[in-house]
Design a binder for this molecule. Sequence first.
Ligand SMILES: *Cc1c(COP(=O)(O)O)cnc(C)c1O
Length: 374
Amino acid sequence: MAESFIPVSTPRLDGNEKRYLAECIDTGWISSEGPFVRRFEEGFARSVDRASGVAVCNGTAALEVAVQALGLGPGDEVILPSFTIISCVGAILRAGATPVAAESDPRTWNMDVTSLEALVTDRTRAIMVVHTYGLPVDMDPVLDLARRRGLFIIEDAAEAHGLTYKGRPCGSFGDMSCFSFYPNKLITTGEGGMVLADDPTLAERARSLRNLCFQPQQRFVHEELGSNFRMTNLQAAVGLAQLERREEFLAQKRAVGARYQELLAGLPGVRLPVAKTDTAENAYWVFGLVLEPEHPLDAPAAMAGLAERGIGTRPFFFPMHEQPVLRRLGLFAGQNLPVAEMLARRGFYIPCSVGLGEAELQRVAEACRAVLGG
Ligand SMILES: *Cc1c(COP(=O)(O)O)cnc(C)c1O
């Protein structure tokens, strides 16, 4: 065990990051007023075919801004996958709206879109889709349902940088779409996020909500409550440098994913990610493993075994309908979503950084074979 530890994810910052950061320091522009913010917003929006991007301080804030910009509030229901990060539910609850949890698809680990129609009531106002772990949600049925029932779509594309569904970029589907630039995401700003929209009114609302709803004419007179969710010029400088390398990073992730598919093929009782669906090619934001019911280990035991061999892992999400804090609020009472519950207990992911070399991939694969058998 003298070999070095392989973390699940490490960012690459060896492009223009230093040069652009130096420009911030040299010019004194370090706040959100600096010029990199607009450049990053415009470049990023263009890269996902959106008219406007509004940079914010993290992906969680992006979701909060999106929900509020759409005017969702008390009495409104928002359908979302139970198998997601708490940021999604938090954004809905902070607006005073009610989250409604949907089941997962055991094959793609995304929201089971066939289960949505039954969850729609006359209070439903929006569907929050979350592209999970590198595959997109099956958008056509969601778009169709939203059109028929007059629902907004909020798209959480935090894990879907560079991913496409039927050739169209993830992040281009929602009335409002959100990204995160946390360092484990494909491109990073340290902390950061973005809200995107085509509708100029929604984009303007998002811009105002992230900036305390200051008014242009009477700055310190407020008609609405906003937050300070601004992104700094320093973060945007890093983001712009990262954006320049997005396709390169994506290709490297896909190479890592493809190599794992070869190295880990045939592990008994271990389900690997789906490489390709009818609508998408996996972007391998992470490389997840799910232990089938017949496998003797559960995720915590497998992860402990890999940790002993110097391999970093992370557990899958823990579903929203089982969260103690949400149950205490009286949400999701008595709800069972067996697929989401199974994924939480049987799933975890292994190192999948951009630029992992062949020797490291082999080490991870050998450790997986030793721990998981086969
Ligand atoms: C990372 C992530 C977020 C939250 O982003 P932060 O920048 O960490 O706040 C939201 N949704 C999904 C699906 C994520 O993966």
